[in-house]
Write a protein that binds this ligand. Structure first.
Ligand code: ATP
Length: 479
């Protein structure tokens, strides 16, 4: 799959009602998207699978829905005000702004070599080098002015060497004001991660549910980051949905718990989302790239049409967050183990994924150009298909539409179906292939004689004659 496929997927998303560009009638808002009728269903199905896997499959993991706007001190304590920054640079010629690591990833290797030699760094030739250079530029301050320009760093927008400003930190949180912030002089921020809502509530959750360490708290909700570069369709947007689970463990159990969750999370992609193992890999963060709170971190990466990209982070956040909240709030954040009589701050193993990125991953994984049959098929697993079956009368006469509608009404109570009587039967099937609908059910003249229908399967295009009262059994057995 290559970059061209992404354009085809974007176009399919719009055509079939999965994802629309936001505010299109006003010329659009960059990197903002709306989810159409099929998109909202697919998003819901992915999040339901995640929720089921992360809460209902575990007796010791519970859910939470915390607020997007929280007390401003939460972000002081979490370190986001001081540390949630991306190093950036502007091209003085055209005022275009770039995240430095992203800008560098789009340069020729000889340019990176030149920068490394100027900064006395070893070129490790892996992706971490871009972030390492960005951090060095920042810490060298004015000393490294001119390094990017002299090394010949090209502005991807203009195609020529940019006049780059020195590296500066850009905070990614969206700031706003609300009632109390005017009194305290402190701004309110839109949360950049759902995790902090879990940390500040963890003792309330633990107490109300009588949980014992180890236990987990899961949450799905919107998060906001003022990303400098938002691109690759819904891969990176400024508003997105996170699905996070924070697992509270005894400090001596952090490494084993990390291993356990790495495996469980990988299994989720393979077994529930139907992703092929060759399209997934782990990437361990090197020490320089670790977030300010993390002791160890792995990303699960997916092979997108534009290259490997992170879909989920699994982090050992240690007791950093709980201790910080204790310090800033003045409230005791320790857990008391009634059995061992031990009082401690649990370590936290975090699994954090983006619903929108999983959505894109699922679409990329299931997009298939069936050149032999001249069609495009979304080979979605049955569980993820927004519509499970299309019901079609072969012709619009002889009572077939009425009969088909009654079949539709009955099946639609069991699973989501659509009714379609427009165009040739081949066209109707192909329309649904692009939407990922696994089954096509057609009523014809034989139906009127013997109450049987044809069921056509999306991927194999196999057709089977089945009696009306056996349709749902057939679908159940062949899904
Ligand atoms: P990246 O390196 O891609 O910016 P990150 O390491 O900052 O991501 P985390 O803070 O670990 O990401 O967030 C966890 C998950 O949230 C990511 O794996 C991703 O699926 C999702 N996510 C993060 N930022 C965005 C975004 N801007 N748009 C969509 N999803 C996002």
């Amino acid at each position: 799959m290559n970059k061209q496929h992404l354009d085809k997927i974007i176009s399919l998303c719009k055509r079939k009602g999965f994802v629309f560009p936001n505010s299109e009638i006003y010329g659009g808002l960059k990197a903002s998207y709306d989810y159409g009728p099929l998109g909202v269903e697919l998003k819901k199905l992915i999040s339901e699978l995640w929720w089921k896997e992360m809460t209902r499959s575990h007796q010791n993991i519970v859910g939470l829905d915390s607020a997007i706007m929280v007390h401003p001190d939460v972000w002081e304590a979490s370190g986001h005000i001081a540390n949630f920054n991306d190093p950036m640079t502007d091209n003085k010629d055209n005022k275009k702004r770039y995240r430095i690591d992203d800008l560098l990833s789009r340069q020729k290797s000889k340019v990176i070599d030149a920068i490394c030699s100027k900064l006395n760094m070893e070129n490790t030739s892996n992706d971490d080098i871009y972030n390492d250079i960005a951090q060095t530029l920042l810490s060298d301050g004015a000393k490294s002015d001119g390094v990017l320009e002299n090394a010949g760093v090209i502005d991807p927008y203009s195609g020529s060497i940019g006049k780059w400003t020195s590296a500066v930190q850009f905070n990614l949180m969206f700031k706003t004001d609300s009632g109390p912030s005017e009194k305290t002089g402190k701004s309110i921020y839109l949360r950049p991660e759902t995790a902090q809502g879990i940390f500040i509530n963890y003792l309330l959750v633990q107490n109300t549910m009588r949980l014992k360490v180890p236990f987990g708290i899961a949450q799905i909700g919107k998060a906001f980051r003022n990303e400098i570069v938002a691109r690759n369709f819904i891969f990176r947007t400024r508003e997105f949905e996170q699905m996070e689970m924070q697992y509270f463990v005894h400090p001596s159990q952090d490494d084993s718990s990390m291993e356990l969750w790495k495996q469980k999370r990988l299994d989720f992609y393979l077994n529930h989302l139907g992703v092929k193992s060759e399209n997934l890999k782990f990437h361990q963060h090197n020490e320089d790239a670790l977030a300010h709170y993390a002791k160890d971190a792995y990303d699960i990466e997916y092979n997108f049409p534009f290259g490997w990209g992170e879909v989920e982070g699994i982090h050992n956040r240690t007791d950093f967050d709980l201790k910080q909240h204790e310090k800033f709030s003045g409230k005791n954040m320790t857990y008391f183990d009634t059995k061992s009589q031990e009082k401690y701050h649990p370590y936290i193993i975090e699994t954090s994924t983006g619903l929108n990125r999983l959505f894109l991953m699922v679409l990329c994984e299931s997009y298939f150009e069936d050149t032999e049959n001249n069609r495009v098929v979304l080979q979605l697993p049955y569980e993820l298909a927004p519509i499970k079956a299309v019901v079609c009368p072969l012709v619009k006469k002889d009572g077939l539409p009425e009969k088909a509608m009654s079949v539709f009404d009955a099946l639609n109570k069991e699973f989501p179906c659509v009714y379609d009587e427009q165009g040739s039967i081949g066209k109707r099937y192909y329309r649904q292939d692009e939407a990922g609908t696994p089954f096509g059910i057609t009523l014809d003249h034989q139906t009127l004689e013997d109450e049987s229908v044809t069921i056509r399967e999306r991927d194999s295009m196999k057709q089977t004659r089945v009696s009306i009262d056996k349709i749902s059994t057939f679908i159940h057995d062949n899904k």
